[in-house]
Design a binder for this molecule. Sequence first.
Ligand code: MUC
Ligand code: MG
Length: 376
Amino acid sequence: MKIHSLHVYILDLPTIRPHHLSMHTIVTQTIVMACVKSTDGLEGWGEVATIGGVSYGEESPESIKLTAEKYITPLILGKDPTNFDALSHYISTNVKGNYFAKALVESSVVDLVAKSKNIPAYELFGGKCHDSLSVAWTLASGDTGKDIEEAQNCLQLKKHNIFKLKIGKGDPKENVAHVTKIKAAVGDQASVRVDVNQAWDEATSLYCIEALEAGGVDLIEQPLAAWNNEGMTRLVSRFKVPVMADESLGTVQDAYQIAKHRAADVFALKPAKAGGLTATKKIAAIAEASGIPLYGGTMIESTLGTAICAQLYSTIPEMSFGTELFGPLLFKDNVTLNDLDYEKFQLKIPEGPGFGLEVDKEKLKHYAREFVGSTI
Ligand code: MUC
Ligand code: MG
């Protein structure tokens, strides 16, 4: 089997409600999907997402498509997809950075290989350790009353008992009060966590984390700028409440540096940040070797991208902080014929072949920005 072609599609999918982050409000989430075809006519599909163009990360949906099609595709045409780890290494020696684009291509190749063997993709990563994983929900309406109502509804319907609040935008003290009111309302029924998305300086972090810790918050995600590992180390040693690295943790090398300097208590994994599934497994190994617990992050992918993350996270024995693979629940529609299964606070790990989802090509055509050169 050889790789014959790769095409990338940018899709804009509406969300069920505005999702407020410090750097952007999502009302339409842009996802990027890739279709790799083999010489014997098989298809593999991958997906990555980013948030707010280039406001979250350095790669935009448009640059992901361009890099994947123009610079990565020529490196893999005619190659055997079965050796996807070697292919990813070959790509990384020829393409600097561009981790989301690399992750997109690798996931489509992995889907192709698993489909060609008629097995779930997780079998290519050592097999499943979990049949399902817990899923946090982000309360991001911006209104305390609405967020409490949403949280209580989730608890009653057994959808989520872990809630994350995005508190990087606006007045830090008001945001802390907003979170502690929500924690007081849900009590011990739920874990409440915050994501600051790099918005605080160290002085702000000191008084805010103290108040959040006292208010019963369980996890503080990326309070400081991504570059500020020294500051993160000081926060880690000062507080009992765990501090998690998200934007500061991209590559395998970042993971090593953070572990060495204890610049986080917890790692937020995301295959897109790491440059793919194989790299994410390596980060998990660094975490294991350093006694750092793991959390399965999201970039708010649709069903396919979520299945990719879920299958990979299912192969990691200790996912002690659970996941936030709620992406599909935020979209009004999806672009796969089958759906993911959320029940009893958990996401069931999709079964194969591949990542276990079939792309709905009519929906893809409907939501994709363009089809120039497409062969679907
Ligand atoms: C992030 O920074 O973690 C994940 C959940 C959410 O609401 O935003 C994303 C990005
Ligand atoms: Mg985050």
